[in-house]
Design a protein around this ligand. Structure first.
Ligand code: NI
Length: 134
């Protein structure tokens, strides 16, 4: 019996959508207010969905404590209160929430082995959310 488990984490971080290869006018045109030189912040809500067989003994897909521990060490400690533009992950990539989704998905996919990582969903604002599932 396979089941899905979704866990939600929240952290604030800032970013600025900007590409050095483009002119200032192009950047403003493409990114609008998100190109503001001083950046802006979001309270990101990250949902990770994992799946697996329901363990006959524990009744669980995976131990939430294991998932939380992995998320804290590998995701929250990196991104919480960070300026995303300054992180190595975004040295070459614009720190859009699409790219943040892909980055966090790759971190879980590479390192979390207790269940199958299915999807990352990030709420950037109450109006915007993004999903990536590989
Ligand atoms: Ni933004």
């Amino acid at each position: 019996m396979k089941a899905h488990l979704t866990r939600r984490y929240q952290f604030p971080a800032s970013h600025r959508l900007h590409r050095d290869e483009m002119s200032d006018a192009e950047n403003r045109d493409v990114y609008g207010k998100c190109n503001n030189p001083h950046g802006h912040g979001h309270n990101y809500a990250v949902e990770v969905t994992v799946s697996g067989q329901v363990d006959a003994k524990t009744g669980m897909v995976c131990n939430l404590a294991d998932l939380d521990q992995f998320a804290r060490v590998n995701v929250i400690d990196t991104f919480d209160h960070a300026n995303l533009n300054c992180l190595p992950a975004f040295a070459e990539k614009v720190p859009s929430t699409e790219n943040l989704c892909i980055e966090i998905y790759d971190i879980f996919k590479r390192g979390f082995t207790r269940a199958k990582v299915e999807k990352i969903r990030i709420e950037e604002t109450s109006k915007n959310s993004f999903e990536y599932s590989g």
